[in-house]
Design a protein around this ligand. Structure first.
Ligand code: ATP
Ligand code: MG
Length: 714
């Protein structure tokens, strides 16, 4: 290091400089969280550009999110802005492939102006195919097929590549058939889905030597961040492009591989050294992000995983605060506590931009959103919709609005055919015409139309059924509490069944959101009051100019850092998710997720766990996440916010015939020897000092194993 260093090299440590300066040949940078991998990769890019080793258009740089690409572009601009003109091919796999595919679309039977389908479009196409083939979509949901097709695409497989074993998974072996039909259909639509962007490019590079050589020639340098989360087809694509010049630099951390459910393969790290023999492997060990306390806690946690490549991390920052573990009574208290912490930051004139709330599953954001709205705390949701904007929530609200006001035509339109009731465009058009003519509401028009013979018998029957249902709900509205009414509507309308039939991860998340909606309603006296609340929430625009706290899933937080991190819902069954506890390797992936979560924090990390969660309208007593027990007590400050101390909530589970008693016991034995003092004390206690508050209607305060099992990955 010297004073004559160009700006992009200044401040980098030895191994980082090596990663920047070793421009020729394959380089693998393998290092833990916060060690400056992304920083070094960015400097490497700047170096290549500033020394004119390549024109920007000859460099390919891949990031995991669009946001990361934007940030890298800004940093590069600052580093070499006035030296070099133009920008490299910098973006996610998808965005880069989309750009390439536009140039070569005709090679896979598309036109260059092809459209990229979103998930909804994709499902619509699949549903049509399923129906056209005379299959029962209830039994063989389109989402399941979509998941399967995505999986094949992630592995770089076209229909012809599938072998017998792959075919079984859908409709008695028809998966491959549908995959082929789907691809053909997309071609006639001049469209492709997300997975195709990569798959098509892969096929083109494999089958057209000239195109491959053109890109191999063009890309003098290839850089890849978050390499541990690449899937097989991304890997194959990279390998093809890099094979000629071999100037490829991949950066990753096996402990942060958290997308295996989307086909990511950590094994790609091991494959790298095989495919690119003689690769320079660079390890970074100094962490610049987190205080020693945070780092030690995270390192001890991840050390519980087996099969790691293993690494050392150190930091020379001041020790800092211990990790705080806060036990709260329930979800609302969790949100209240975090709100108070944020207000305290505001009082200290610390920008809210420096704080983030990280959740395991999407449904967890609701409690925070409602709280923050009521106290006027600016927030934004990153990497997802705000709670009340999610499709399933809007659908449920539309049902309620229609029940509340028969004249709500927008609500009618939204749900008359959701779930599918076999009402075609013709029938819907007729309802509209009729309504206009009669100057009546759509619901009213529908009720009149079913008394005529203007509709097909099938449409008439379906519509009659729907109208009768809505009337039934209207009449029950006065007898039932509004959460009960909502649950009834979701069940009777077939909405719940539609999602249950669908075994995808997304559907499980949607079900969670709906039960969270029912739970949220319990806090309001009347349906009107609740709907009023929602419209106020929706009205509030997301103003990006003010300082806001960020709420996001841990998955979305990868690669980011915040001074203050609040980790919500660390309870077994929420985090680790119930699903992961039942899956092989699931727990290890959850632990990596926990590692990612803690290592986002620079100065302070606070973990919350609630003694009670209300899920599907039922109180369930929770036990703290096993991950809390895996953090050595010397790095933890524990506190419980409610009276009675640890023993009280600890005792809850043991006294109620909790179906998770076995989990609790296992945790108890472990924490008895390893856990912090308050946990050890708690294990001995068996008396319940306070049962969870009963829900209205006196429903039993028991834990539903089924409900638990439905908690899914977010
Ligand atoms: P993750 O694994 O979470 O993606 P990372 O290894 O990519 O982390 P960076 O985000 O690049 O780490 O860096 C973490 C923090 O350390 C950033 O704030 C960065 O600016 C800072 N940093 C990186 N290198 C140095 C250095 N040599 N000196 C001082 N600070 C550094
Ligand atoms: Mg990074």
């Amino acid at each position: 290091p010297g004073p004559s260093d160009p700006p992009y090299l200044q401040g980098l440590n030895g191994p980082q400089r090596q990663a920047v300066l070793t421009t020729e040949g394959p380089v693998l940078m393998l290092a833990g969280a916060g060690t400056g991998k992304t920083a070094a990769l960015t400097a490497r890019l700047a170096h290549i550009m500033a020394t004119r080793r390549a024109w920007p258009s000859e460099i390919l740089a891949v990031t995991f999110t669009n946001k990361a690409a934007r940030e890298m572009r800004e940093r590069i601009g600052r580093m070499v802005g006035d030296v070099v003109e133009g920008m490299p091919w910098l973006g996610t796999f998808h965005s880069i492939c989309a750009k390439m595919l536009r140039r070569h679309a005709e090679l896979v039977g598309l036109q260059s102006n092809f459209t990229i389908l979103d998930t909804d479009d994709q499902l619509r196409v699949l549903k049509q195919l399923i129906q056209a083939e005379g299959l029962d979509e209830k039994r063989w949901p389109a989402r399941q097929l979509a998941g399967l097709i995505d999986k094949w695409k992630n592995r770089g497989l076209v229909p012809a590549d599938l072998d017998a074993g792959d075919k079984e998974a859908y409709a008695d072996g028809k998966g491959q058939h549908f995959y082929a039909l789907y691809q053909a259909r997309l071609k006639t639509l001049n469209a492709c889905d997300f997975g195709d962007l990569l798959l098509h490019m892969l096929v083109i590079l494999k089958n057209h030597r000239d195109v491959l050589e053109q890109y191999q020639e063009r890309f003098k340098y290839i850089l890849v961040d978050e390499y541990q989360d690449t899937n097989a087809s991304q890997y194959l694509w990279l390998r093809l492009l890099a094979q000629q010049r071999k100037n490829i630099c991949c950066v990753g951390d096996d402990d942060q591989s958290i997308y295996s459910w989307r086909g990511a393969e950590v094994a790609n790290i091991l494959r790298f050294e095989k495919d690119f023999p003689g690769a320079t492997v660079i390890r970074l060990e100094q962490n610049y992000r987190s205080t020693p306390q945070i780092l030690a806690a995270a390192s001890a946690l991840i050390a519980q995983n087996s099969g790691r490549l293993g690494k050392t991390l150190w930091t020379d920052l001041e020790p800092g605060d211990k990790l705080r573990v806060v036990g709260v009574w329930d979800g609302p208290e969790e949100a209240r506590r975090v709100g108070e912490e944020l207000e305290s930051l505001q009082r200290q004139r610390i920008s809210l931009d420096r704080a983030a709330i990280l959740v395991r599953a999407q449904f967890q954001t609701r409690e925070f959103e409602d709280r923050f709205i009521s106290i006027g705390m600016p927030y934004r949701i990153v990497g997802g919709f705000r709670f009340y904007e999610r499709a399933e929530i809007r659908d449920a609200l539309a049902y309620l609005r229609l029940v509340q006001s028969a004249a709500d035509d927008l609500a009618f339109e939204r749900i008359v055919n959701t779930p599918k009731r076999g009402l075609g465009d013709k029938a819907l058009q007729r309802i509209h015409q009729y309504a206009r003519h009669e100057q009546a509401s759509l619901l009213h028009a529908a009720a009149r139309l079913i008394e005529t013979d203007e509709l097909t018998p099938q449409a008439r029957r379906q519509l009659a059924n729907f109208v009768a249902q809505v009337r039934g709900w209207q009449s029950k509205a006065s007898q039932l509490s509004h959460p009960e009414l909502t649950q009834l509507i979701l069940d009777e309308s077939g909405y719940t069944a539609m999602l249950q039939a669908d075994r995808s991860v997304e559907a499980a998340g949607r079900l969670e959101n709906l039960s969270e909606l029912v739970r949220a309603m319990e806090e309001y006296e009347t349906l009107e009051e609740f709907l009023e609340h929602v419209s106020l929430v929706m009205d509030r625009d997301q103003n990006d100019t003010t300082e806001t706290v960020t709420i996001m899933t841990i998955h979305a937080a990868k690669g980011l850092e915040f001074d203050h991190v609040f980790l919500a819902g660390w309870e077994d069954g929420v985090f680790p998710s119930q699903r992961s506890m039942d899956e092989v390797g699931g727990l290890e992936e959850e632990r990596r997720l926990a590692y990612v979560a803690i290592t986002r924090a620079r100065q302070r990390a606070t973990i919350y766990h609630a003694a009670n969660r209300r899920i599907y309208g039922q109180w369930m007593s929770s036990i703290p996440s096993r991950f809390i027990g895996e953090i050595p007590p010397e790095h933890v400050d524990s506190e419980n916010s409610f009276g009675g101390g640890a023993s009280m909530w600890r005792a809850n589970w043991s006294a109620q015939g909790d179906p998770f008693a076995h989990v609790a016991e296992r945790n108890a034995t472990r924490t008895a020897t390893r856990g912090p003092a308050w946990q050890r004390a708690a294990v001995k206690s068996t008396t319940v000092t306070r049962a969870p508050a009963p829900t209205e209607g006196g429903r039993a305060a028991s834990v539903g194993a089924k409900a638990r099992a439905d908690l899914a990955i977010g």
